[in-house]
Design a protein around this ligand. Structure first.
Ligand code: GDP
Ligand code: MG
Length: 364
């Protein structure tokens, strides 16, 4: 009796009644082992190819992990998925916080699923370690899409450098495509160089704006306008319609001052409301138009090939850097040389050269 009283757990509630079979220790251990069972890379690949979201989510978690064992498994999965990827349209969406990206993606994504599309939403947001994942916080704005069985929403990897987040997002795109998602939406907030990173992984780049106090073009980075394949003025509803139309004229005028794009595509400026859904369909039609035109000219594939080359080089650069800065001898000498440079005991070039020499000698 006293033993039972000591244990307050539900299993010992009924004193004097022997525990049922299921609670025996070995059964519990088996359940634990089962729960702990990590699917193999092959199991995850099969799951992804069948369109299983749990498998897709788990594989993306492996991609995002910093554990080297996971990285190896992730690479195997990516390799297994690569041949099945690529049959998609990748759309990048950027705009300052509050412009309505999440609301737009909810309306736009829902519209696409109604057309029979399968939509995956990913994010590149190096600031998300502070804001705890832009999409995660915004999932409430994507109430419909989150529940939609033809949509998959994944918040961005957090606590990472832009390079790290971007690579992980790019690899996640491959897995989403292998899982049958034919439209991939990559959201990014305009911090740091994240637009450039997203631009280099999508087919179509959309800049979301709202009309302001008339100075529409002020404070907008020229580079971003140059990258945009479309500018969409959001929140064109209610009292805002007139201002939005005015902004449209201004942006159109500004866009015509840019030299023609390599794609020969003339970016369009349109207005929309993510709340009334007015103009959402036009955005999609414009993207389809772009897709057809660039497929015909071959630019579409050319751009993807270029992006693949770019990401290969990026990966090499990133890993070389990582390897260099993680060598204990380099770390020690780097500290030493930093001081030496500061005290004018050596030149920056001589100091760098000494470090590189040490590195090359080590890696031989
Ligand atoms: N009136 C109106 N409000 C909108 C529209 N799109 C978004 N909003 C509102 O703008 C605010 C910010 O939207 P959100 O999607 O979170 O912006 P994000 O930070 O760019 O993702 C929210 O209060 C939305 O309800 C729109 O088309 N019209
Ligand atoms: Mg948002």
């Amino acid at each position: 009796m006293s033993d039972f009283n000591k244990q307050a757990g539900s299993l010992s509630e009924k004193a004097g009644i022997s525990s049922p079979e299921i609670t025996n220790v070995s059964a519990i251990n088996q359940i634990k082992i089962k729960r702990r069972h990590q699917p193999t890379a092959q199991e995850l690949i099969s799951g992804i190819l069948e369109g299983n979201r749990t498998a897709l989510s788990r594989a993306i978690t492996l991609i995002e992990s910093t554990n080297p064992e996971h990285a190896e498994k992730a690479n195997e999965i990516i390799k297994g998925c690569l041949l099945h990827a690529n049959k998609s349209l990748r759309i990048g969406i950027t705009g300052v916080p509050g412009v309505g990206k999440s609301t737009f993606i909810e309306a736009f994504g829902t519209h696409l699923t109604q057309l029979g599309k399968k939509v995956a939403v990913l994010a590149v947001d190096p600031s998300s370690s502070i804001s705890h994942g832009s999409i995660l916080g915004d999932k409430t704005r994507m109430e419909e899409l989150v529940k939609n069985e033809n949509a998959f929403i994944r918040p961005s990897a957090s606590g990472e450098t832009l390079g790290g987040v971007a690579r992980k997002t790019r690899e996640s795109i491959i897995l989403c495509e292998a899982a049958g998602f034919d439209t991939i939406i990559i959201e990014t907030v305009g911090v740091g160089q994240s637009e450039t990173a997203v631009h280099s992984m999508v087919d179509f780049f959309l800049l979301l704006k709202i009309s302001g106090a008339g100075d529409e073009l002020q404070g907008i980075k020229r580079g971003i306008m140059e990258m945009a394949d479309a500018i969409v003025i959001n929140k064109a509803d209610g009292d805002n319609i007139k201002k939005a139309n005015q902004a449209k004229i201004e942006f159109n005028r500004a866009l015509h001052l840019f030299p023609p794009k390599k794609s020969n595509w003339q970016p369009k400026v349109t207005t929309c409301s993510s709340i009334t859904k007015e103009g959402i369909m036009d955005v999609w039609n414009s993207i389809l138009d772009y897709f057809e035109t660039t497929q015909e000219t071959g630019f579409f594939q050319e751009k993807r090939n270029e992006q693949n080359q770019f990401w290969m080089m990026e990966t090499i650069n990133e890993q070389l850097k990582q390897n260099f800065y993680s060598q204990p001898e380099i770390i020690a000498l780097l500290e030493q040389n930093k001081k030496a440079v500061q005290n004018n005991e050596t030149s920056p070039f001589a100091a760098a050269s000494e470090l590189l020499k040490l590195y090359f000698k080590q890696s031989r």
